[in-house]
Structures are given as C-alpha cells and as structure tokens.
Design a protein around this ligand. Sequence first.
Ligand code: A2P
Length: 280
Amino acid sequence: AVTDAPAPVKEAKKPAMPDAQTVTEVKHYTDRLFSFRCTRPASMRFRSGEFVMIGLMAMNEKTGKEKPLLRAYSIASPSWDEELEFYSIKVPDGPLTSKLQHIKEGDEIILRPKPVGTLVHDALLPGKRIWFFATGTGFAPFASLLREPQTYEDYDEVIITHTCREVGELTYGRDLIEGLKSDELLNEVIGEGFWKKIKYYPTTTREESPKMGRITDLMRSGEAFADLGVPGIDKDNDRAMVCGNLAFNLEIKDMLEGYGLEEGANSDPKHYVVEKAFLD
Ligand code: A2P
C-alpha cells in the first residue's frame, strides 16, 4: 500500500574517533610534565626513536565542527613493548596539551600509526660510543632507545645527558634509567650488568642540583668530559643523537660539526642526528 507517511529518519551516527587507542596509565611528574601509556595497534611497527602524530578531537572554532588536533610525539617506549608510551609537556594555553594533560585511564586518544623520524640507529655509522643529548621532554626518544637492545649491541658505551630547568623535571629520566637495572628483557638479551655501559649526566639550569649548567657550556669548558672520564668527541669513536628545544639543537649541532662529526639520515648514515622536541 502506498502511504504519505514520511520515511523514518535515520538517526545520524556519530562517527567513531578515527585511529582511537585507549589510555592505560597516566603519571604526572611536575605541573609542567606528565607521561602516559596507551594500547598499540596490532599491526603497528616502528623503530625505537621514531615519532607519530597523536592527539584528540577538538572543536574547530571556524567551522564549529570537531576535527582531530594532532601533534608529533616521540614514542618513549621501545619497539618491542606491547603498549606505547609518551612523555609530554603541559602548556596551560597550548591547543593540544591544555586538554591532553587531563586524560585518564580508559580515555581514548587518536594515534596515526605511521611512525617516522631520524633518531634511529639506521641513520648512524658504526661507532664505539653513543651520546644521547636531551633537554626537557627531548628525553622521550631516548627513553625508547635506552630500552632497545640494539643500543647496547652496537656500542661499548652509552652516554645520556639531560639538561632541565628544575630538579623535578629529571624524575622521569632518572626513574627510567634506574629501572633498566631490573629490565628482564635487556638483562636476558644483553646480559646481566649491561646497564653498567650507561653513563647518566643530568644537569639543571634554574634550580640547585649536584651538577648545574647547560650541557653545551659544560662541554665547552671540558668539565663534562672530565666528569664522564672521556677524552672528548671525535668522528672515529663517537656517535650522537640530539633532541631538545630549537636553540639547544642548533648550538649542539654546531659543536658536533666543530668536533668533525657530520649529520646523517636514514638514507645516508653518518655521525650524528637531530630532532626537535615537541613544544605545544
Ligand atoms: P636555561 O634555563 O639556561 O634556558 P626549556 O624548558 O626552555 O625547553 O629548556 C630546557 C633546558 O634547556 C633548560 O635547562 C635550558 O636552560 C636549556 N637550554 C635552552 N637553550 C639552550 C641552549 N642553546 N643550549 C643548551 N641548553 C639550552
């Protein structure tokens, strides 16, 4: 029978958040820093040290519609971990981090599963000693690389320097390095005591701590090399990865070039690589 009744209106289904992953843990370190873990897409492969785009749905003021608000974040967990970890700054008026800092276990975030980046072992030629130079949240890719067996297979010595404004900002890195001693996989794969290859050199610039000053200044004066018991940096023995704020990256890049090291890339491995730490 033909009727005039209007066809029932189908309720518009709210699109599910694209590339959603579930938050499994959140830890706050200071009023400026936190870390979180989330589920990992089953098919996602990455090399320790790479970054991905992550974020949340946010209202676009112009269109009034929700759309993904994404930023590049280094993956802080190693490639073998079944979950993903991220280490983030909290910027009160930062478009993403002002919201992201409030996530809780069980919440969903967006994660585009396309890892890229230059802080990877493939971008460096073989060497004796690897330097990881970080400021602030630039520690994140090294949190991944320090838990990566290849780091200890490829090098006799691993030096991680971390310069922060305040002592509390060192906690994430310090806890991570302390945790390596009891890391079952690394102890099994690399051998007990592998962590003795690591030299950790934390410094602060705006709060009293056992070692004060920017790592760049401490290297220029020779103090850092004396403290670490190494002769200096040269292209035959030393390899470096750099991740920090822009001014730091440029300054250390200049210093490394001065020591005779050349910048490498995935397609052209050399002596050092650089990546900018995420700042909202
Ligand atoms: P400083 O306090 O002297 O500026 P931020 O939190 O601003 O990203 O800085 C993180 C750390 O990096 C701070 O300790 C800061 O020192 C340091 N830093 C900033 N610029 C440079 C640079 N050009 N070389 C070395 N360290 C730097």
